[in-house]
Design a protein around this ligand. Structure first.
Ligand SMILES: Cc1cc2nc3c(=O)[nH]c(=O)nc-3n(C[C@H](O)[C@H](O)[C@H](O)COP(=O)(O)O)c2cc1C
Length: 307
């Protein structure tokens, strides 16, 4: 890989490549060290961290679909204090050179401010604010579907951190550009899209929903065209950079997002199929750039030809 061709500055966050491991599918990054070279990972985006430890939802949490998966994990995580005390030092020891982005959420606007302040520490290179988790009863999705609430969370986070702030948007809205514009106006440094699309599976033998939470979030190849369309729309609506994700499995998938207007991408569900996917996608982008004589991945961003 030509690291100069892939070097990316995403909203002031410097990365070796434009390809990150998506929140909730890449652990805290270190779990993947047997499968790939963490120095070739653009950024590790952590599992969603919450103010207190969470056990997640009861019952079945994963259901496969013909072209993707539904999950209703329910933000299982050890909580911010254990993250800062035990996990972050381990990440920094195992992957000292890898960019690390902490994904988090809260149940109130105040929670988001408190979390941003606690995460304003060395070793965290940027923060991703999850206002779009469809699988928890309190908070999460509420902030992700109301532009005023999304703006309030963004403003609160911005006043409590010195880190670049990425706000992760929900696709479960009528017009995602309204949400993107609201968080941009509130000071977000970047947006990430998409989180999962709410779905449901029913067991026809028991007549019960398959998932313990009744509904879950759909991700994987099935959501990719929707995600690319949303990235394209948001790229035409805001000036801040976009982290594009949703169904990326190959370099070709990632390149579509870049052409649509994403400055960087993340691989989610595909990590469960191919745990080296984040690096393989970066390698494929590099080969594509080389073949076309392009010097840096930024030359692809937003270059889709309309007309
Ligand atoms: C099992 C699982 C857990 C997830 N957990 C989180 C999370 O904690 N925080 C978050 O912002 N997104 C979470 N996501 C959403 C992903 O980061 C990503 O936005 C979504 O899955 C779409 O990308 P994909 O189709 O490549 O998986 C999770 C997704 C999956 C599949």
């Amino acid at each position: 890989m030509d690291m100069q061709r892939l070097a990316t500055d995403f909203a002031g966050i410097k990365m070796a490549t434009p390809v990150m491991g998506a929140s909730g599918t890449f652990g805290f990054g270190v779990e993947y060290s047997d499968f790939l070279d963490l120095n070739h990972v653009g950024a590790i985006i952590s599992k969603g961290i919450t103010p207190l430890p969470r056990a997640g939802n009861d019952g079945v949490r994963i259901a496969e679909t013909p072209s993707g998966m539904l999950n209703c994990i329910g933000l299982e995580n050890p909580g911010i204090d254990v993250f800062l005390r035990d996990i972050l030092p381990k990440v920094r020891k195992t992957a000292p050179g890898t960019t690390f982005i902490a994904n988090f959420s809260g149940s109130s606007v105040e929670d988001y401010g408190m979390m941003a302040e606690k995460l304003d520490v060395d070793g965290v290179d940027g923060i991703e604010v999850n206002i779009s988790c469809p699988n928890v009863k309190e908070g999460g999705i509420v902030f992700g579907t109301d532009p005023k609430a999304a703006a309030a969370v963004t403003e609160m986070v911005k006043t409590h951190t010195s880190k670049p702030v990425i706000v992760k948007l929900s696709p479960n809205v009528t017009d995602i550009t309204v949400m993107a514009k609201a968080v941009e106006a509130a000071g977000a440094d970047a947006v990430a899209l998409i989180n999962t699309l709410t779905g449901m599976v029913i067991d026809i033998n028991s007549w019960k929903p398959l998932l313990g939470n009744v509904t879950g979030g759909l991700s994987g190849p099935a959501v990719k065209p929707i995600a690319v369309r949303m990235v394209y729309q948001v790229a035409n609506a805001v000036k801040i950079p976009i982290l594009g994700l949703g169904g990326i499995a190959t370099a070709e998938d990632a390149i579509e997002f870049l052409l649509a207007g994403a400055s960087a991408v993340a691989v989610g569900a595909e990590n469960f199929v191919h745990p080296d996917a984040v690096v393989k996608v970066a390698e494929g982008i590099d080969t594509y750039l080389e073949k076309r004589g392009l010097k840096n991945v930024s030359e692809l961003v937003g270059k889709v030809k309309i007309n």
